[in-house]
Write a protein that binds this ligand. Structure first.
Ligand SMILES: Nc1nc2c(ncn2[C@@H]2O[C@H](COP(=O)(O)OP(=O)(O)OP(=O)(O)O)[C@@H](O)[C@H]2O)c(=O)[nH]1
Ligand SMILES: [Zn+2]
Length: 355
């Protein structure tokens, strides 16, 4: 079965880059120790010092889903050594947490990205647009997956919005309660295909993965304490192998991609600066040259890092820009709608005159 996980082409690629090496796929990372799937099973490995030296950023390190070249295929004689990351066919990135410009790879070599959103209060078209941008940037195929169809509110309006945002892309409606739509997802996940689900917490991703796992959900899962709800896994394996031979990458990073989709998200991430600026003498302080500026004061006494302030201003600008671009679109649409409505009212009046 692992032969489907490690395609021959990857073995050839590893061998040609590092003669005598083996190919494996990263299933999980924890504190620089990687769980790697090889054609012999699963083993632990770490990157070689040489690889560390040649890495110029975090992006160059292995991520879940990466194919890597290894010095061995099992860890009976000790942890494996990862010599290099093989070419990525796609790559889901985000800015790493904190005041860094480092890019973090959340998942690599994803063939099908499900942009997942529930049809209840979780629904947010701007977030979906953000996901679509992430998918475009990643290089993987994508489909919009709308969950909780059974409790959908304002379905017609939501679908209209999604259709516009997805511009012709595939849209799947799903309910984990009725089971509708699960087969459509399953069909996209044949042997050798790797999928990932982007979406916030609680929208039904685990439930979908459990359905895809079928009987194996019981074998690998367990009951979560407290609510007695089945989980697809109790450990933190982040590359899940389905009975079909398809694979699902499920990393915590997939839930946090929406962090920067509005100004409140940015403000939340920089609450220290926000609380400093509430102490500035002027309510509309730009934190540049104004007297009584608490932010400038914090920069001067070193309690606030200038880089952090710069990064806050940059992200806020980006979020504002996005918000205003969206507002413009809404305004244009509203105007067009009003025009249509006006026309309709005129026609109705005309009709009345005819009667
Ligand atoms: N009505 C309804 N409830 C659902 C559906 N899918 C999931 N739920 C419920 O929503 C809650 C969250 O479901 P999960 O599958 O754990 O959601 P998740 O996206 O994996 O959440 P995280 O693991 O926190 O990321 C559970 O109580 C589910 O029973 C659905 O299609 N319809
Ligand atoms: Zn200020």
């Amino acid at each position: 079965m692992n032969n489907e996980i490690i395609p021959v082409s990857r073995k050839v690629e590893a061998e040609s880059l590092f003669p005598g090496s083996y190919a494996g796929r990263i299933a999980e990372e924890e504190k620089e120790l990687y769980t790697v799937i090889t054609s012999r099973g699963t083993m632990l490995a770490s990157v070689t010092g040489k690889m560390m030296q040649s890495a110029s950023s975090r992006e160059d390190y292995p991520a879940v889903g990466d194919y890597v070249a290894l010095d061995r295929e099992d860890d009976r004689a000790g942890f494996g050594r990862i010599m290099g990351v093989l070419e990525r066919t796609s790559c889901i990135r985000r800015k790493a947490a904190g005041d860094t410009t480092d890019i973090q790879v959340i998942a690599a070599n994803v063939d099908m990205l499900f942009l997942t959103m529930a049809l209840n209060q979780d629904f947010n078209i701007r977030r979906l647009e953000r996901y679509i941008a992430v998918a475009k940037e990643s290089g993987s195929e994508s489909a919009v997956l709308l969950t909780k169809l059974d409790i959908a509110e304002g379905l017609y309006e939501k679908l209209e919005e999604v259709r516009k945002a997805a511009s012709g892309g595939r849209i799947i409606l799903l309910s984990n309660i009725t089971g509708e739509g699960v087969d459509e997802v399953r069909k996209l996940l044949s042997a050798g295909i790797t999928a990932a689900f982007i979406g916030s917490s609680g929208i039904g991703k685990s439930s979908v993965i459990n359905s895809l796992l079928g009987d194996e959900a019981l074998a690998t899962g367990g009951l979560r304490k407290g609510d007695g709800k089945g989980r697809h896994t109790t450990t933190h394996r982040e590359l899940i192998i389905l009975p079909s031979g398809g694979m699902v990458i499920d990393t915590p990073g997939m839930r946090e991609l929406h962090l920067l989709d509005d100004i409140s998200g940015v403000d939340e991430a920089f609450s220290d600066i926000l609380s400093l600026s509430s102490g500035c003498r002027f309510k509309d302080c730009s934190h540049r040259t104004e007297p009584g500026c608490r932010v400038q004061q914090a920069l001067a006494d070193g309690t606030l890092d200038r880089k952090r302030l710069e990064s806050y201003e940059k992200l806020q600008k980006e979020a504002r820009h996005m918000a205003s671009a969206m507002d413009d679109r809404v305004r244009r649409e509203k105007k067009a709608e009003n025009k249509k409505l006006g026309k309709l009212i005129k026609e109705i009046k005309k009709d009345r005159r005819k009667i």
